[in-house]
Design a protein around this ligand. Structure first.
Ligand SMILES: Cc1ncc(COP(=O)(O)O)c(C=O)c1O
Length: 370
């Protein structure tokens, strides 16, 4: 057993968590108040407004769910789906598969639209599937598929769904705070994310937003939401004006999110997205010179999460382990069918900087030369 809690200081360049600024860590050490203390209620309101701003939405039902990104995913599906409902889900990686599993557990009939791993979903095929199933409750896609590094185009599908009864449900777990995401302009009805990636806040909350169109579906359910903990009708009474106790809010995490969002707005969204793009361009150039090649289709690569094949003959597990133990740099391995075949390198939030890129390229240069 370790005698002290003394983890190494790592540079976290995997798919998340990303490194957290000292300001956010400091916010977590500030004194607790009660979860119904008037001061905390103000902090909640302020945090929700900043979550709206980062999602670029005016949706009233916008708040951080207690739990990681998966809690946001569950909250999104369980609140709209009832047994027998149809839902269209795009699957081109692990997280599309997970959405399918979550929806099926709600008793929904899942209509799957598939694409090869590394490719985006065909928007036309999604639209045609929605046209063929106008009674579907939702059409769900992953904006930033973390298992493949693919960015899914959203705008055309959102514009189509705006004129239908079908809700547009988007997983933005690896997107929020790293690339532009315009919930209102793009016609997104339900969106969930996490704190530990583009927002650079520790894992533990899942910011979610529900449009009035989505809330109309939630408010007109025939049956109770399967999950007591994630039932929006009760959560809304705590986060909204009524302030009715539901569960004890994770106070310190909300402090952390509040401070993390302040850091973001001090920088400005546009600058932050450009910082991610610039860091990504320099990492891609450096990796190309070292013999790495890209897994995701050209034109659909995420700047904040790069999926790459290693140079021929390099054992990915050994090199990944050397980076961790000798250089204190974490990168991610592949998931599912691409486990052992690719790396996933994250430049998320605090880590989308030239210093992080330089540190990784230096270590790779040293080790590949050796
Ligand atoms: C796209 C996507 N969706 C959902 C999740 C689940 O989030 P969490 O691990 O925070 O529960 C992840 C996690 O990496 C993800 O990348």
């Amino acid at each position: 057993m370790v005698s002290q809690l003394k983890p190494s200081t790592r540079l976290l360049l995997g798919p998340g968590p990303s490194n957290v600024s000292y300001r956010v860590l400091r916010a977590m050490c500030t004194p607790l108040v009660g979860h119904l203390d008037p001061q905390f209620l103000e902090i909640m309101d302020e945090t929700c407004q900043m979550v709206r701003d980062v999602y670029q939405t005016s949706n009233q039902m916008t708040f951080p769910v207690s739990g990681t990104g998966s809690a946001g995913m569950e909250a999104s599906f369980v609140n709209i789906l009832e047994p027998g409902d149809k839902v269209i889900i795009g699957v081109n990686g692990v997280f599309g598969m997970r959405m399918k599993d979550v929806a099926a557990r709600c008793g929904a009939q899942v209509i799957e639209v598939e694409a090869e791993w590394g490719q985006p979903l065909d928007v036309q095929q999604l639209i045609e599937t929605c046209q063929a199933n106008p009674d579907a409750k939702a059409c769900a896609v992953v904006f930033a598929e973390t298992s493949t590094g693919v960015r899914q185009p959203l705008e055309e599908l959102g514009a189509h769904l705006k004129n239908t009864e079908i809700l547009f449900l988007v997983d933005a777990v690896t997107a929020l705070g790293a690339i532009d995401l315009q919930v209102d302009n793009w016609g997104i009805d339900i969106c969930y994310a996490c704190t530990q990636k583009g927002l650079s806040v520790p894992p533990g909350l899942s910011p979610v937003t529900f449009s009035p169109k989505a809330m109309n579906v939630v408010n007109n359910r025939k049956s109770k939401v399967q999950s007591w903990y994630l039932d929006l009708s009760m959560l809304g009474k705590y986060w909204g004006e009524e302030r009715v106790y539901h569960h004890t809010a994770p106070i310190s995490m909300i402090y952390a999110l509040n401070e993390g969002l302040r850091v973001i707005f001090e920088e400005g969204l546009a600058k932050r997205f450009e910082r991610h793009a610039a860091a990504s361009r320099s990492l891609a150039a450096g990796l190309g010179k070292l013999g790495f090649s890209f897994f995701a289709a050209e034109g659909y690569r995420l700047p904040q999460l790069m999926a790459v094949y290693l140079p021929d003959g390099v054992a990915e597990g050994n090199l990944r382990n050397t980076l961790l133990t000798k250089y204190d740099i974490e990168v991610g391995g592949g998931l599912g069918p691409v486990a052992g075949k690719i790396w996933r390198i994250g430049l998320l939030g605090e880590n989308a900087r030239s210093q992080a890129v330089a540190a990784l390229l230096y270590a790779l240069n040293q080790e590949l030369a050796a």
